[in-house]
Design a protein around this ligand. Sequence first.
Ligand code: DGY
Length: 315
Amino acid sequence: MGPKPGVLMLKMMMPYLRDSLESKFTLYPLWEQSDKEGYLAQNAQSIRGLVTWTGSTVDAELLNKLPKLEIVSAFSVGVDKVDLRKCKERGIAVTNTPDVLTDDCADLAIALLLSSMRQVCAADRYVRKGCWPKLGQYPLTYKMSGKRLGIVGLGRIGMAVAKRAEAFSCKISYFARSEKSGVPYKFYDTVLELANNSDMLVLTCALTKETTHIVGRKVLDALGPEGFLVNIARGPVVDEQELVKALIEGRLGGAGLDVFEKEPQVPQELWNMDNVVLLPHVGSGTWDTRRAMADLAVSNLEAHFAGKPLLTPCN
Ligand code: DGY
């Protein structure tokens, strides 16, 4: 047996993942280094694998510092922060962690719909302040059951949201790059048309050039003052400035947001809005799912270094 392959971990994502990597590979923990540039230069010849997540960018600049890199294993389903073109050019494999996080992300979309429409977080804050409404004095909210739900992106997560929404008797329609066969939901070929025919819009699509700012003023106005937007996809899918304006001006009923355009920045204007729920990008954030993601990220690396087929390649 030769030396263990060297794997660079960009950030401390989860001790379980770190331990697992350390037991199988020679781990290079970049976040622990004060001189990151020097550390990369010193170990560049030994680093053959890299583990990343949604909070780090794997761009050409980083890739150029790693001449021996063979595989990028993303601890996430989205790989929008990985320069896939450059990886392809260099023959670097890229893997992600689909499927194992589908349920959690879909669960969270429903939680965001319910909590923004029913203003669950605001009501909780109200009670914690020691308040209790006199009969009929508490602000009324919006019903979710039976409403028209539009889903942007009908991949694994979009489908899982749809399945859950069926239990709420929602009328489901969707926008995707193309119409899916065998799907019992109505297809619209633009997001604007979808929004025109929806009370709630849930974004589950990948971030690409085509989906950047796909939700702007027109789409928000189509949803209208009793319409709700939930974003569990990526912040830049929404034109955040337009979203903030629509909420301030009451042109949109409310929003449930797990992701933001410039994370970790969350627009301050939204902080005190009772009809808006703000989460710190935790779509997959349960013990069960994060462990499963870690196992998959590590298994992809193991498969690669053993010369076996990758479990979940994405390029
Ligand atoms: C991912 O894995 O890409 C999601 O953002 C999880 O929250």
